[in-house]
Design a protein around this ligand. Structure first.
Ligand code: APR
Length: 170
């Protein structure tokens, strides 16, 4: 059973085996956390992403992490749902992002992983329902990963991710 921690910070500074980016289907990079990770990893990340993309919403694909420092072995690219009111399968796609990212992590022998709050920025997913899905999915998915770090970039996200710590584990 993985330990799940919630931290406030910049995911590009995480000391883990793999960091997850909230990508778009091209895997060529973008803004938000994807932009930060691509800037830190260097242009080879976009080249590697472009070589294996496109990635469907809810799926996850891995590349090396190139110039990320602290050194990270893998970047796992996952594509969240664009929020459209909640009646178009957004919750299932978001849950799949977390589940598939752990499956890819397991295939790579990853033991520690950092996630951003997928889909809650440009894609508009409300922070609280997204946090509930993240915690519930990560708690329910069997994995060999020992440590999962949920990296919030702002206080509000940190609070909602922390709020669900008990409910997901109870
Ligand atoms: N570290 C951790 N979290 C971050 C960082 C960072 N350096 N920068 C941004 N975030 C947070 C945002 O505050 C938000 O809570 O990541 C979360 C996800 O927001 P986005 O990066 O906008 O991702 P998403 O909502 O999934 O939209 C994806 O945006 O950047 C493009 O290419 C990307 O098209 C895709 C879309």
């Amino acid at each position: 059973m993985a330990v799940i921690e919630v931290v406030l910070g910049d995911i590009t500074q995480e000391r883990v085996d793999a960091i997850v980016t909230a990508a778009n289907e091209s895997l060529l990079g973008g803004g938000g956390v994807d932009g930060a990770i691509h800037r830190a990893a260097g242009p080879r990340l976009a080249a590697a992403g472009g070589a294996i993309g496109p990635c469907d919403p809810g799926d996850a694909m891995a590349t090396p992490a190139f110039d990320l420092d602290p050194p990270v072995r893998h970047v796992i690219h996952t594509v969240g749902p664009v929020w459209d009111g909640g009646a178009y399968g957004e919750a299932d796609i978001l849950a799949s992002c977390y589940r598939r990212s752990l499956e890819v992590a397991d295939s790579l022998g990853v033991r520690s992983i950092a996630f951003p709050a997928i889909a809650t920025g440009l894609y508009g997913y409300p922070a609280r329902p997204a946090a509930r899905i993240a915690r519930a999915t990560l708690s329910a998915t069997p994995t060999k990963v020992d440590l999962i770090r949920l990296v919030a970039f702002d206080e509000e996200t940190y609070e909602v991710l922390t709020d669900f710590a008990d409910s997901a584990s109870s």
